[in-house]
Write a protein of this length. Structure first.
Length: 279
């Protein structure tokens, strides 16, 4: 067999002699089986850790370019509105999480003076703890979610681009814009292998004082995690269920499943038959 394909025997030999930790490390970005050099880690692993730590720190401290983010969203055909939290700068934002949950005085006035009709959904795009995630993922996700909005016929307020924002910032924005629900797209706290992770927090009937238990979260949206298409499918499912059941949060479990197709019974109902229920 080796005469026909000499690389096959080489591969089998490598697999047989390889450290089992090395085989496992190929399956996960987690830091396992790092090896050692004397009493310390190998130099390459020290350097990799340093790079990952630097990327995480950069994700947290780098400010968001709100104009650039808004431009990318507007290119999809969405109007935008740029607002800011009560945190005046990045350093204050990191030290005072409470200020990131409320609008700054000027932004609050802009919303108070803005006459608007009730809408189904307000989408808030906030930097959170990773502006990188927003820059790299927000427009892509919104492009994937747009067909779901169009199909459902949901009405939207202008998409809010919020600087120095935390998740709860969306509650006051959603209430001011008379929304049935608010979805906050936000840069998640970076891990040492995920400085680019975008999260979505969905809250029905937004108002100041909502708790985290009243939200649904779709997490780890990034190239190495949840795709934009699948995240859009899940948000569509959660939003539809929220409007029907009148709940979000711990009482609304994600039953969308892993696929981009509706479950058989839902598809049968949409097609006008109920054969799936008798299958």
């Amino acid at each position: 067999m080796s005469a026909e394909d000499p690389t096959l025997d080489d591969a089998r030999m490598d697999d047989a002699t390889m450290d089992p930790w090395a085989r496992l490390s190929r399956l996960t970005p987690a830091r396992i089986g790092l090896g050692r050099a004397g009493t310390g880690m190998p130099t390459i692993e020290v350097l990799r850790f340093g790079l990952a730590h630097a990327q995480a720190r950069d994700a947290v401290h780098t400010p968001m370019d709100a104009a650039e983010v808004a431009s990318g969203i507007e290119a999809l055909g969405y109007p935008t509105l740029t607002l800011a939290s009560a945190a005046p700068d990045r350093a204050t934002y990191l030290r005072r999480p409470d200020l990131g949950r409320t609008l700054g005085e000027e932004s609050a006035k802009i919303l108070a003076d803005r006459a608007s009709e009730p809408v189904d959904l307000v989408i808030v795009v906030a930097d959170g703890l990773s502006a990188r995630a927003v820059h790299e993922g927000a427009a892509g996700f919104l492009a994937a979610f747009k067909p779901h909005i169009d199909k459902a016929g949901w009405t939207l307020a202008p998409i809010v681009v919020a600087t120095q924002g935390r998740v709860a910032l969306g509650d006051g924005i959603g209430a001011a814009l008379k929304a049935r629900a608010v979805a906050v797209l936000i840069g998640e706290r970076p891990g040492l292998s995920s400085p680019d992770s975008l999260g979505i927090y969905l809250t029905l009937d937004p108002r100041v004082g909502r708790s985290d238990a009243e939200r649904n979260c779709i997490s780890n949206i990034r190239p190495a995690g949840l795709s934009h298409d699948l995240a859009a499918f899940k948000l569509d499912w959660l939003l539809r269920e929220a409007f029907v059941r009148g709940i979000t949060g711990v009482n609304l479990k994600d039953g969308s499943g892993p696929e981009l197709e509706p479950p058989p019974r839902q598809q049968a109902l949409e097609d006008g038959s109920d054969t799936a229920s008798r299958a």
